[in-house]
Ligand binder design. Structure first.
Ligand SMILES: [Zn+2]
Length: 263
């Protein structure tokens, strides 16, 4: 089982070795901005690396919204990030499920996701697996609760779509971690990546506030159980930099009984 962390994008491979991580996730541009990612000077080195790479799309992306001025640029930015992720040999591009606004028809939001995948297919394809991530908050989210996730997967139909399960978001979003993997897989058929995070916010608080695995409101054994059930690579998106994340990775390796596989 590959275990890693979300790290600064300047030198992700150095961040990986500092944490003894077998996987890293990072942004390719300002996560709060609309700028398309620039080609990376270290692309060859990244492609050749033993470490598995994951790219997280900017938070501003919301392909579900009925607002054209957000949805259309979101679609384009998602495709640009997917192509940039492919150029560095990433295993996947993670993007939040997004939401519609209060009073808008959620069905249109789900259909907007379908149109996003159709648009990408018409534009030569994403070139990398796109993993939709569950989110913690909001009443009109496409991937907070599993009833919405089921409607999203129905709308996406035959498109090739991956899923990233975030334990903090599930707990804060109001989905019990006990038995969650089976309930998710019954909908998506797959879990491609686990974001293993504890939660500062309480169950169903709607708060997206990550904590280290030994802190927070989630029993860390439940996080371990989710990882075992998912049988997918793991990225911690926890605070504390090298020390905090390194300790979280070591905790997971100890509980999961996995040896590090890269030098
Ligand atoms: Zn996450």
């Amino acid at each position: 089982m590959r275990i890693g962390a979300h790290v600064d994008s300047t030198d992700p491979l150095a961040e990986a070795s500092a944490r003894a991580a077998e996987a890293v996730q990072f942004f390719l541009s300002d996560p709060q901005g609309w700028k398309a990612p620039k080609p990376r000077a270290d692309a060859d080195r990244l492609r050749a690396a033993e470490v598995d790479l994951y790219v997280h799309a900017p938070y501003v992306i919301n392909v579900a919204t009925l607002n054209n001025r957000i949805r259309i640029p979101s679609r384009k930015l998602l495709l640009a990030h997917a192509q940039a992720a492919a150029a560095i040999g990433a295993k996947g591009l993670i993007v939040h499920g997004g939401h519609v606004s209060a009073g808008d028809d959620p069905a249109v939001g789900f259909d907007n996701w379908r149109k996003t995948f159709a648009y990408a297919a018409d534009s030569g394809g994403f070139g990398v697996p796109v993993l939709i991530e569950n989110t913690a908050g909001g009443d009109n989210a496409c991937a907070r609760r599993l009833d919405a996730l089921a409607r999203l997967w129905d709308a996406l139909g035959d498109h090739e779509v991956g899923f990233c399960l975030d334990t903090c978001h599930a707990h804060a979003g109001g989905e019990d971690l006990l038995g969650l993997v089976d309930r998710v897989k019954a909908i998506t058929g797959r879990i491609d990546l686990v974001h293993a995070n504890n939660s500062k916010g309480a169950f169903n608080s709607g708060q997206d506030r990550h904590d280290n695995l030994g802190g927070g409101t989630i029993d860390p054994d439940l996080v371990v159980a989710v990882i075992r059930g998912a049988d997918a690579p793991v990225v911690v998106e926890t605070p504390g930099g090298v020390d905090g994340q390194g300790a979280d990775i070591a905790f997971l390796r100890e509980r999961l009984g996995t040896e590090i596989r890269t030098a």
